[in-house]
Design a protein around this ligand. Structure first.
Ligand SMILES: Nc1nc2c(c(=O)[nH]1)N[C@@H](CN(C=O)c1ccc(C(=O)N[C@@H](CCC(=O)O)C(=O)O)cc1)CN2
Ligand SMILES: NCC(=O)N[C@@H]1O[C@H](COP(=O)([O-])[O-])[C@@H](O)[C@H]1O
Length: 186
């Protein structure tokens, strides 16, 4: 049984969909929810699914405390689901081709530093794009430059607000992220 850890910095709707998906799985389970914040809803969602949680600071991550915890919990895959800090290289190297991120746009567009959450949807709206989507990719040392595994698109109506766009993107994320993770696990 492969053991998944989910890293999240906020609400955790994607984390919830992933926990739901793997609840009855025979090949993998969500063994840990880890966050750099102590007051975020993803920690409540973990409690609902009786998944252990771990919180850490940016400094503790950079000092290796997160890597130590992941090794202690015998984690096989690290899933970034709305995690907002840059993962250090030693942590990436510890999970070669086994660290996966979801980005709320069609990379390489709208990626990089500053491109997270509503900032992305506001930029897409401001550009007047007629479509947007999601990208699921392996994690490398730079933001949003890892190998792309999956993309899905959705149309944008001229009347859509950034919040409407966020809702359409979240729907794609919830539909595809759990299944794409599942497809990666042998
Ligand atoms: N080494 C990597 N770390 C992370 C990646 C990655 O691809 N490689 N992906 C991000 C997730 N992400 C986009 O998908 C992303 C998250 C956050 C930022 C960003 O600009 N963060 C701010 C800090 C925000 C905060 O502290 O609240 C910043 O760095 O100034 C960009 C992209 C997760 N980690
Ligand atoms: N660049 C990283 C980024 O913006 N990630 C995005 O944060 C949101 C987290 O939502 P959730 O906490 O409800 O899963 C998701 O839309 C995810 O794509």
């Amino acid at each position: 049984m492969q053991r998944l850890a989910i890293l999240a910095s906020g609400s955790g709707s994607n984390a919830e969909k992933i926990m739901e998906h793997f609840q009855k799985s025979k090949k993998a389970s969500v063994a840990l929810i880890a966050s750099n914040k102590t007051d975020v809803f993803v920690l409540e969602r973990a409690k609902k699914f009786q998944v252990p949680t771990f919180t850490f600071s940016r400094k503790e991550m950079q000092e290796g405390k997160l890597l130590e915890k992941l090794k202690q919990e015998k984690i096989d895959w690290v899933i970034l689901a709305g995690f907002l800090l840059k993962i250090p290289e030693d942590l990436i190297r510890a999970f070669p081709d086994r660290m996966v991120n979801i980005h709320p746009a069609l990379l390489p567009n709208y990626g990089g530093k500053g491109m997270y959450g509503m900032h992305v949807h506001e930029a897409v709206k401001a550009a007047g794009d007629e479509s947007t989507g999601i990208t699921i990719h392996l994690v490398n040392e730079n933001y949003d430059e890892g190998k792309i595994i999956f993309q899905a698109a959705t149309a944008i109506d001229p009347s859509d607000t950034p919040e409407d766009i966020a809702q359409k993107v979240h729907a794609l994320e919830h539909r595809y992220f759990p299944e794409v993770i599942d497809s990666l696990i042998k």
